[in-house]
Structure formats: C-alpha cells, structure tokens
Design a protein around this ligand. Structure first.
Ligand code: ATP
Length: 295
C-alpha cells in the first residue's frame, strides 16, 4: 500500500498548552483513518497542521513522501471549519463561487450536489437549509474536483441522528470509491462504523493506534458454560490456551492467547470429554476500551 501521509514527532503548543505532543502516524491509500479523542485532545490542531492552516512547532509531515506543496494540496479536500457560504445565494451559486476560488471545474457541481443529496435543493437559498443540509453542502464543497484524499474534522458534529446517518453514508460511499479519508471524531460509534484505522488521542498524545477491528477484538473474552466448569478451568489453565480464566458459577470467562478462538475452546473441551452448554465470544466494545484509555 502506498503511504499517503506520514506524520513524524509532531508537536504544537499554544502558550503553556500542549495541543499535540510528539505525534507520529502513517496513513496508507484507501485507509479511513479516525483521530478519536475527547474535546481538547488535539484533533483539530493535528488536522489544521496537515492541511497547512497552522504550522507545527516541531516534527514534520509528508504527503506522498514529499514536503507539502500547492499541487499536492489540490488533491486534498479539507473540511476543518464550515466554509462561509453566502446566506442569500443559492446552493448552486455558492458552489460556483467555491469552485472558482479553488480552481475546480464548474461541471463537477451537479455531481457533488447529487452525491450529497442536495440536487433537488440546488436553487434554494443557503440560509433556508437545515443544519444537516448545510453540513452536507460543506461536504459537497470538499468533494468538488474529486480529490483522492479527504480531511474531515468532526463532519457529523452537532447533527441529529438522521443527519449523522446521512453524513456517514456520504463518507462510506467515498470510502467505497477508494478515497483515503482522515477524520477526527469524539464519537466512538462513528469511528467504529466508518473507520478502518484509528488513533486515540489524549492531551495531544497517542494512547493507542491500529486497525479498528484489531483494537476491538484485542482481548475479547470467550464465555462458556458447562456442568464441569471447575474441571474445564483446570484443564484450560494447564493447556496454555488462555491468558486468564475466571470462574463464575457454571460460567467461565476466558481470555485466550493471541490467535486462538472460541472454536479452539470448543474442540479442547470436546477432547476432554466435557460438553459445553453455551459458548460465545463477548465483544468488548471499543467504547469501554476508549473510556478506559482516556480516564
Ligand atoms: P474539540 O473536539 O473540542 O474540537 P480537539 O480535540 O479538536 O477538541 P484542539 O482544538 O486541537 O482539540 O485543541 C487542543 C488544545 O489546544 C485545547 O486545550 C485547546 O484549548 C487548545 N487550543 C486550540 N487552539 C488554540 C488557540 N488558537 N489558542 C490557544 N489554545 C488553543
């Protein structure tokens, strides 16, 4: 996979506040990379630096292995702050102005208005739009000229559940179109549903980073119940299959060694002549891990 973005030891302070603290990460083509963290954890600052809006104090970043330059940036659509659309102009005219400023083809406006589901409203004045529609127009603006990279700061912030779902759908469609997306969010659910990779920030520092599904399944316990729970527990401990086994009545909560799964436990119990009444893998949500990490 081609490296799209490489951030190395990036730091940025505002006076005494360290907004980003020695952050390093890599994003490859086609990744949907989530930057997840509570308010004030440095997400906007990070995205502002890589979008060329502010300068870092120390550290560096490269797009496609190069120092950032204007022609590279043309291929990056950034939504860091909601753009200042003209309230009294139509959606269409607003995008004409935006396209002219960004030197994008006017012929692309119809495509993006359809993508963000606002084509029917193209003649409406901007100030008659709902918040969700305004946010979708802002996304449409970013998609003008079909950039291959999207940098989005909390794209669903402040929206109701329907608005969040609409924005998510647009992002997922761009993901299907093989766009590389770097997206800040403080909503775990959003990251779980949209992102392939995630870094969790706290006070500008990376607490954890990796593929979302790997972080999700890091220590998923397997729960089994059987009549001979005590015997099975002893056998499992002896077998070395597990990191830990807790007994709770007829139930065992087993954290398996890496690479082992529920199937291994089932086969193991069978080989010892123990019949399982129940077997499930309990997904530890990223949420509980996230809350644990940022505590
Ligand atoms: P939020 O989710 O609230 O937008 P964030 O994770 O995007 O938060 P940042 O906006 O990057 O976090 O802010 C990181 C820290 O830097 C915060 O403590 C914030 O108060 C501080 N900060 C950000 N911008 C400035 C600024 N222009 N001047 C002073 N401090 C700032």
């Amino acid at each position: 996979m081609e490296k799209v973005l490489e951030i190395s030891n990036l730091s940025k302070s505002y006076g005494l506040i360290t907004a980003v603290n020695n952050l390093s990460l890599e994003v490859a083509t086609g990744d949907v990379f989530g930057i997840l963290g509570p308010n004030g954890s440095g997400k906007t600052t990070t995205l502002s630096v890589i979008s060329g809006i502010i300068a870092a104090d120390t550290g560096s970043y490269k797009w496609f292995g190069s120092e950032p330059n204007a022609s590279l940036r043309k291929n990056i659509g950034s939504l860091i702050e909601v753009p200042n659309f003209y309230p009294y102009l139509s959606l269409y005219k607003n995008l004409v102005i935006a396209a002219r400023i960004k030197d994008k083809p006017l012929g692309d406006i119809e495509r993006v208005l359809k993508l963000v589901n606002l084509w029917e409203r193209k003649a409406s004045r901007f100030d008659t739009l709902s918040l969700g529609m305004k946010q979708r127009l802002a996304l449409g603006n970013v998609l003008l000229g079909d950039p291959s990279i999207l940098v989005l700061d909390e794209p669903a912030n402040g929206l109701d559940p329907e608005g969040i779902a609409e924005v998510r759908e647009i992002i997922l469609r761009e993901r299907e179109n093989k766009k590389t997306i770097i997206m800040a969010s403080h909503i775990l659910d959003e990251v779980e549903k949209v992102c392939s990779h995630v870094v969790i920030l706290k006070n500008g520092q990376s607490l954890a980073m990796g593929r979302v599904h790997e972080l999700l399944s890091a220590d998923d316990p397997v729960i089994v119940s059987c009549r001979e729970a005590e015997k099975l527990k002893e056998e499992i401990v002896r077998s070395g299959l597990s990191e830990s086994v807790e007994k709770d009545g007829d139930e065992l909560v087993i954290v398996l060694k890496k690479g082992k799964g529920a199937r291994d436990i089932n086969e193991f119990a069978f080989s010892k002549g123990i019949v399982l009444v129940h077997l499930e893998t309990r997904k530890q949500s990223l949420e509980s891990q996230f809350l644990e990490l940022v505590k």
